[in-house]
Write a protein that binds this ligand. Structure first.
Ligand SMILES: Cc1cc2nc3c(=O)[nH]c(=O)nc-3n(C[C@H](O)[C@H](O)[C@H](O)COP(=O)(O)OP(=O)(O)OC[C@H]3O[C@@H](n4cnc5c(N)ncnc54)[C@H](O)[C@@H]3O)c2cc1C
Length: 654
């Protein structure tokens, strides 16, 4: 009873009862529509009843549970569980016929439509089907109007940045869309903003792990959000933490020591050895650090791979710049037994640019290219503030149509794969099931679903597709009244190595076109929070499966309480009041996040042709397969390259 009262009082302090924007109104509406109304293509074009055609339909401004929002995945899950066809009514033939039907409205699907039309000509008829209520896939836009001012955040795909340089096709597509990353970075990034205000990175030590809550500003390692001006030396920084003296000494040694922990081995031999042990094991058994250092480093790899240092090879961590290797004379560059990401970054990586809504601007520009009437404007800069007209996306007058809230449940070669002339694509929208036909079909959707969509695939290919378990993660956008607490504390980003949210930071400062970043601490601001629900100790794929279940069973209320609790505890010293200061919350939950990337600690060293993604992406009749899953990576350039390959398989080499 007393505990209940305490909890209620704490909830009041946190502001759990406050009327902020957190509810997903559209989803409720979409479900109601699905249950009672028919899509317009079943009723005739004059109907305006389809969800995306409703007045005011504008998903970027929705708050609450987003990402894979409720209503977007249930059909796919019932298909997986074998229950969909038991309850589905008979599919109704829409009578629609296209040159290409694309499954998945992410960057890969949109790029496939672009490449197909480029080769087939402007009159080619294309339909894109997407199960979410918005297009872009992971490249999702979160749009807020705080204090009357537009503020944007990426709900998923954060920036143009890849381990390898963008290919001729991917770079060429960006150029056609008006995106020149180096030029935009030079003109629009404002990396000095936070530093000029004396703000920099900090670490939050939580009492559950470190015995007390303590925020320590001035972590010497600068981060990509700037900072560093008030940096301390490692000794000074560590002295302010609640870490035991021996742990402090060992962290200082890991960060700054110039020790060769594997003397007598060549660089190649060291790299091989480091590729076979986790970074955690490296710290404990090679560096022989106190186990108390582990919580400080545990989540340093989560942002990149979705799992912690227990499941990532030490060699990959070296390539990503983690400390401890300074004295080991490792030759620069990639080596055998490295992951795609690590090998790429070891060799340099690509150009970088962050739009205010992340790569959602790329998706918007692709939609503008395909359906000009839907996205007003002419340049990459003006796409950032353009208001997309969702009503124009699925219009009979347009050769390219984009249909949201539509989960594809089957793609069938007709008459069969060997002599296919066309593909019948069946999709569910609300409680209705419809068919359309396409002379070609690109499945740019999540590859692990494809065995259920195309039962005629060979068993070996299905097994390969099942292997590609995606990485779960959550990106959360929190609108706050002002950021004076950050200013007072001298911080712009907070790493919280063992807390619920591993990362809390002020929005990325970028000024582009009409869009201006929040530059004064008295103004409203968006915070970025991230969480990777992995389960340290298990093999990486098991961690990802367990994390996905955790995400799907976590309520919005649980996320919200964790946000308020952590911000309150982190920012208390700056005068932050969670009940007063938090104005809006959007939780972008991605149970199926990053595409699966092979991990040298757990995956066999397959020859290229035997890799699950290569076996899995084989064309079947008139059906080709795209998406980053087909590349076994999670990068936008690969989403585009896979679209290029898939279209090439259907149309012949360009
Ligand atoms: C949180 C997060 C952050 C990321 N950050 C970056 C980054 O900074 N830089 C970077 O390069 N990459 C990043 N990525 C990787 C990102 O996945 C790719 O860059 C790219 O956006 C993937 O595009 P895609 O089209 O291949 O897949 P997706 O974006 O996943 O699109 C596939 C679409 O198909 C839909 N779909 C699935 N099944 C069906 C069906 N049966 N019927 C209809 N539609 C279906 C899905 O719902 C989805 O919308 C990030 C990913 C995540 C999750």
């Amino acid at each position: 009873m007393a505990a209940d009262k305490d909890r209620a009082a704490y909830d009041r302090y946190l502001g759990m009862q406050r009327p902020i924007t957190r509810r997903d109104f559209l989803n409720g509406m979409a479900l109601a529509i699905g249950a009672t109304l028919l899509p317009k293509h079943a009723l005739g074009e004059s109907s305006t009843l389809e969800a995306q055609d409703r007045p005011g339909y504008y998903p970027p401004t929705l708050t609450g549970m987003r990402g894979s929002q409720p209503g977007s995945f249930e059909v796919a899950h019932s298909l997986r569980d074998g229950t969909f066809w038991q309850s589905a009514g008979e599919a109704r033939d829409t009578g629609e016929s296209y040159d290409l039907v694309v499954v998945g409205g992410g960057i890969s699907g949109l790029a496939a439509a672009h490449f197909f039309r480029e080769r087939a000509g402007g009159s080619a008829r294309i339909l894109i089907l997407e199960n979410h209520d918005d297009f872009g896939g992971h490249a999702r836009r979160n749009e807020f109007h705080l204090g009357g001012r537009l503020q944007l955040m990426n709900g998923g795909t954060m920036l143009i940045d890849s381990p390898t340089p963008y290919s001729a096709q991917a770079d060429g597509l960006l150029k056609k869309l008006g995106i020149d990353p180096p030029r935009l970075a030079a003109r629009c990034d404002d990396p000095r903003l936070y530093r000029s205000l004396g703000l920099g990175p900090a670490v939050f030590f939580d009492k559950e792990t470190f015995g007390e809550d303590r925020l320590v500003a001035g972590e010497p390692a600068g981060d990509w959000r700037g900072g560093g001006k008030n940096s301390l030396t490692w000794k000074e920084f560590l002295a302010r933490t609640p870490l035991a003296p021996q742990v402090q000494r060992d962290i200082e040694r890991i960060q700054q020591g110039k020790i060769d922990y594997l003397p007598g081995l060549t660089s190649a031999q060291k790299k091989d050895r480091l590729s076979r042990i986790s970074y955690r094991d490296f710290l404990l058994t090679v560096v022989k650090a106190d186990p108390g250092v582990i919580p400080f480093y545990q989540t340093r790899t989560n942002g990149e791979w979705g799992v912690g240092i227990d499941a990532e090879p030490a060699l990959d961590c070296w390539a990503l710049g983690l400390p401890g290797f300074q004295g080991m004379s490792l030759e620069p560059g990639a080596a055998p037994r490295m992951s795609y990401t690590a090998a790429g970054y070891a060799n340099g990586g690509s150009y970088r640019f962050h739009f205010p809504d992340g790569n959602a601007t790329i998706a918007r520009l692709l939609v503008r290219d395909l359906i000009p009437a839907a996205v007003p404007g002419l340049t990459a800069e003006d796409a950032v503030t353009a208001k997309v007209d969702y009503h124009r996306l699925d219009h009979s007058g347009s050769p390219v149509r984009l249909r949201l809230n539509s989960t594809v449940v089957r793609a069938r070669n007709l008459p069969d794969a060997a002599s296919a002339r066309e593909v019948e694509v069946t999709y569910a929208s609300g409680k209705q099931v419809f068919t359309v036909r396409g002379k070609n079909c690109v499945l740019a959707c999540w590859n692990m679903l494809i065995p259920y969509l195309v039962p005629e695939l060979p068993e070996k290919q299905k097994q390969a597709l099942h292997y590609l378990v995606k990485v779960p993660l959550v990106y959360t956008s929190v609108g706050i009244r002002n950021w004076t607490s950050f200013h007072k504390l001298g911080i712009s980003s907070v790493r919280a190595p063992s807390a619920y949210w591993m990362d809390v930071s002020l929005n990325w400062p970028v000024n582009i076109g009409e869009y201006k970043t929040s530059a004064r601490p008295e103004e409203p601001m968006l915070l970025f929070l991230s969480r990777t629900p992995c389960k340290p100790g298990l093999p990486a794929r098991q961690q990802q499966i367990a994390g996905r279940y955790e995400l799907l069973s976590t309520s919005f209320e649980t996320f919200e309480r964790a946000i308020r609790d952590q911000l309150a505890r982190t920012l208390r010293g700056g005068g932050f009041d969670p009940a007063r200061d938090i104005q809006a919350i959007t939780v972008n939950r991605w149970p199926h996040g990053y595409g699966y990337e092979y991990n040298p600690l757990f995956d066999p060293e397959w020859p290229e042709a035997e890799r699950p993604n290569v076996i899995g992406r084989q064309r079947c009749g008139r059906i080709a397969i795209a998406n980053t899953d087909s590349a076994a990576t999670a990068y936008t350039d690969q989403a585009i390259d896979q679209a290029w390959r898939a279209v090439g398989e259907l149309m012949g080499k360009a």
